[in-house]
Design a binder for this molecule. Sequence first.
Ligand SMILES: Cc1ncc(COP(=O)(O)O)c(C=O)c1O
Length: 455
Amino acid sequence: MFDSKKIRNDFPVTNLKFPVIGSEKERNLIYMDHGASTHAPLPVIEKYQKFLNGYYANVHRGHHHLSIVSTELFDHVSEIILDFIKGDPAENCIMYTQNTTMALDMAGHMVEQLSGITLTTLMEHHSNDLPHRARGKVVHVDVLDEDGTLDYADLERKLKQYHVKLVAVTGCSNVTGYFPDIHKIARMAHEYGAYILVDAAQLLAHASIDVKPNDHPEHIDFLAAAGHKAYAPMGSGFLFGPRKLFDAAPPYMPGGGTVKYVTADDVFFDKSPDRHQGGTPNIAGAIAVGAAINYLSDIGMDNVREHERELTDFTIQKLLKIPGLTLYGPKSADKKSGVLTFTIDGVYHELAATILNYEYAIATRNGCFCAHPLLHRLLNVSPEESAILRDKLVKGENAAIPGAIRATIGLYNTKEEIEILIEALSVIAAKKWKGNYEEKHDADLCRTSYYEFKI
Ligand SMILES: Cc1ncc(COP(=O)(O)O)c(C=O)c1O
């Protein structure tokens, strides 16, 4: 059962207040930037602090009390993760990383030696595109014009046309919230002899994941995610994948901890996961990831999903009624997470996000969300406009970067908070905000910002 009051009380961030323009009273922070990073609830913070206070020591090779406890706690995290995503520990393992980007990069490394191209999609975050481009030929599967969802016919066509080794696809778009059918894609990829890599950055904390047994046609071969988007602190992510491929690949980061034996002119590398993880891992971070996953498991991922689905549906219905606001992606909460991306006619995205912050204490994100190809497509940026923009940016000139505003729903958001968001967006759409915002251009950062100095 989803006890929203208890869950809200678990998050210290829900107590924060900020001064706002036009009011003597501070406003409660309404945090709707969960797509970027989520805050940790008390049980996770406590576990993290307990480790720092009581057990802090390096893992694996120490034979003193602290190292023994640290090792036990650290090694147990893999079991927690595997259990959560239903991965078979006999055939797979968990590799720890700093973030999702490093996990996606590591997956690219694991298939680098294989022949074939990587198929990714036009809706990916740059982190599930650029690491593959850095390693060889990448072809992009198209998205549909109407809502930026995946064009499965194009996927099929490209699987037929190319010798594909890896299909790298997001489990949930960080722009539209759309959930592609990762099991259908896995089946299609496997039929053509390719592996599938799922970017689960926006999925891990929002819907249940079942990677299925390794011999299942819909098995997910690789899955990448990070704690900072799943209610754990920043700095710890992971890659799930098959031991067979991990052991066949050259060490990702050779160094201390990756070997069984070294002489001056010979190295005998260990098996995975140690084989790839040179140096001291983020032990405290991994333990916090384990605690966050336990926190989510205790609530129940079906309950989490249902709560977010209901709030998303509520928000979509309200957003669609605001004159001049355009919502991107699917309009049905059944097909998407609580990632809500929109533009407001005649109001630059940066200004809208600034007003939401300074006048309502609502935290959103704006810009292109590290997904330029998808944003340009959704916003109808023509190739000519794109070329002009590119030229300006390369020359370091001022440019109004096309973009949108994104509000993302998390575990503890409420209908009351959504009502305030809607009220704020209605005021902005009607151009009736209170502050006087000064536009600032920073050519070095290629950024236009808005400031209101009255607070
Ligand atoms: C879909 C998606 N993939 C990858 C990333 C990169 O994640 P990280 O910051 O953990 O490297 C993000 C971050 O926003 C994301 O939303």
